[in-house]
Design a protein around this ligand. Structure first.
Ligand SMILES: Cc1cc2nc3c(=O)[nH]c(=O)nc-3n(C[C@H](O)[C@H](O)[C@H](O)COP(=O)(O)OP(=O)(O)OC[C@H]3O[C@@H](n4cnc5c(N)ncnc54)[C@H](O)[C@@H]3O)c2cc1C
Length: 474
């Protein structure tokens, strides 16, 4: 997905006068270019195929930069934390990267109103750190929290661990400020949930992956942070049993189900072995055996939350839905559980695997996984399927790999993963967006009318078609 910068060059790939005009707008310290000496120091080498990075400090500057790009026909790629997994932030030599790195202010946190206004370049981790002393949370969490930015998360409509309770970014966003390629700024930084003032233009930017405009500020709805949390590792025979376990936890009045992260048995084995986490390398489950990291939260003491979680799991075991459970004895064991869920050992051990991100209604996951495994085995018995995901909202991350890289087989294997999803009421694209990777899928599944409408909307916001060219819509 990342592209290393091309060899140092003596001529820049932009229209004559572009870099000078950009520098006149922002000043030379906020225009970083690839020079004959290589990359300008301080520019991160990921996804930097483009030969120039612009660092506007506010919406007005950003709008001027986008307008210049429109006038001079230079493609613009917005970049936040570059953690996106669908290739949405990939760039080419002749494009301009617009970085949000200068918009990292947490401008206002209104604890009583449970709202915050933040610059689009603020990372989720930085926002969480600011909210923690107030016992508040953004109501969204994901593994890339240290780098992913709020702007990027809005642009991809990120989901993650909390989405089953608090929704995806679409539900977290109350308002946005956006710079447009026409040179205009839309300031809809409303801080209210109920807001019916004509067509919901702001919602069009949620999940637009940088193809309509540049999100510069975000107004968020906050939630109360749970005071105490405790995680257990649960082994179940299938997804239906796993969901019964979640319902048992939800059945305890003083507990709140905080996370239900799914791992296939083979993911657990490979990752526990790679991370050398003793005692977890061997699980009784293989293939599509299901392990769940079940996290419960409560307002009581940590010990009481742990006790109540253990009681809920005992009830599930007595009902015959739970095969086994492991309750960490200390914080370090609990961290190990989360490391196993969030670590990418499988991808490191089998580089060149294929990643898919699908959503399946909860009551259809068992059937989908069984049929998926059968389709893959029929296609090529040497392929292995690994699954992790966010069980409570049916979001599965499916990796298909083999002893040797299978990268060039994406188009052949994708239909095997996507087959039947639409009929089940699921989605071929859950939380990572379309980017470059899933454009064929969108063309296949969206239907002609929807595609025509999407292209028309794009033309309204971005008449010169400079915003993230080639992403989402070809
Ligand atoms: C370890 C790991 C775990 C992850 N877990 C999850 C998960 O649980 N759930 C989930 O949903 N995702 C997850 N992701 C994916 C990724 O973190 C999200 O897609 C995140 O929202 C991307 O934010 P970013 O700032 O890195 O955006 P980038 O990668 O920089 O950009 C992503 C897209 O948004 C556009 N964009 C970025 N900023 C703006 C802006 N200000 N205005 C307009 N467009 C913009 C870009 O052009 C690009 O198309 C994970 C990634 C990693 C590496």
């Amino acid at each position: 997905m990342s592209a290393a910068p091309s060899a140092p060059r003596t001529t820049d790939p932009y229209p004559a006068g572009f870099l000078q005009a950009l520098t006149a707008l922002l000043g030379s310290d906020r225009v970083r270019v690839v020079t004959d000496a290589g990359l300008d120091p301080g520019v991160h080498p990921l996804n930097l195929g483009a030969h120039c990075v612009a660092l506007p400090a506010n919406a007005l500057e950003a709008a001027q930069v986008l307008q210049l790009c429109s006038q001079m026909q230079v493609g613009v790629v917005p970049q936040g934390g570059r953690t996106g997994l669908a290739g949405g932030a990939v760039t080419h030599a002749h494009e301009l990267i617009v970085s949000l790195a200068r918009m990292q202010q947490i401008e206002a946190v209104a604890a009583d109103a449970r709202t915050a206004i933040v610059g689009a370049g603020v990372t989720l981790e930085a926002l969480d750190a600011a909210l923690r002393p107030l016992s508040l949370s953004a109501g969204i969490d994901l593994g890339a929290r240290g780098s992913a930015t709020l702007g990027g998360m809005v642009a991809t409509n990120a989901g993650g661990i909390d989405a089953f309770r608090f929704g995806t970014m679409r539900e977290r966003v109350l308002g946005l400020e956006v710079a447009l390629p026409t040179g205009e700024v839309i300031n809809h930084l409303t801080r209210v949930r109920k807001n019916n003032a004509g067509l919901p233009l702001m919602q069009l930017f949620v999940g637009s992956e940088g193809t309509l405009g540049l999100i510069t500020r975000v107004a968020l709805q906050l939630v109360d942070a749970p005071r105490e949390r405790h995680t257990a590792l649960v082994l179940v025979a299938d997804i239906a049993a796993g969901i019964a376990v979640l319902r048992a936890v939800e059945g305890v009045q003083s507990l709140r189900l905080a996370a239900a992260e799914l791992m296939s048995g083979n993911h657990m084995q490979v990752t526990a072995r790679a991370l050398q986490i003793q005692g977890l390398e061997q699980t009784p489950l293989n293939g599509f055996g299901v392990l769940l990291a079940v996290e419960a939260a409560g307002a009581e003491s940590a010990a009481l939350v742990a006790l109540q979680l253990a009681e809920a799991l005992t009830v599930a075991a007595e009902a015959g839905v739970l095969r086994d459970a492991l309750l960490p004895k200390n914080a370090s064991e609990e961290r190990d559980l989360w490391r196993i869920r969030e670590d990418w050992s499988v991808d490191r051990l089998f580089p060149g695997g294929l990643w898919y991100d699908v959503s399946v209604p909860l009551d259809a996951i068992d059937g989908y996984l069984t049929a998926l495994q059968a389709r893959i085995t029929r296609h090529d018995a040497s392929l292995a399927v690994y699954v992790v995901g966010h069980l409570a909202d049916g979001n599965l991350h499916v990796t298909v790999n083999a002893a040797t890289p299978v990268t060039d087989r994406y188009e052949a294997i994708a239909p095997l993963v996507y087959d039947g999803l639409q009929a089940l009421g699921g989605s071929f694209s859950a939380e990572h967006g379309i980017g470059l990777e899933k454009r064929a899928g969108l063309e296949h599944w969206a239907g002609d009318t929807s595609l025509r409408l999407m292209r028309s909307i794009k033309a309204v916001f971005d008449p010169q078609s400079v915003m993230n060219p080639g992403k989402v819509l070809r």
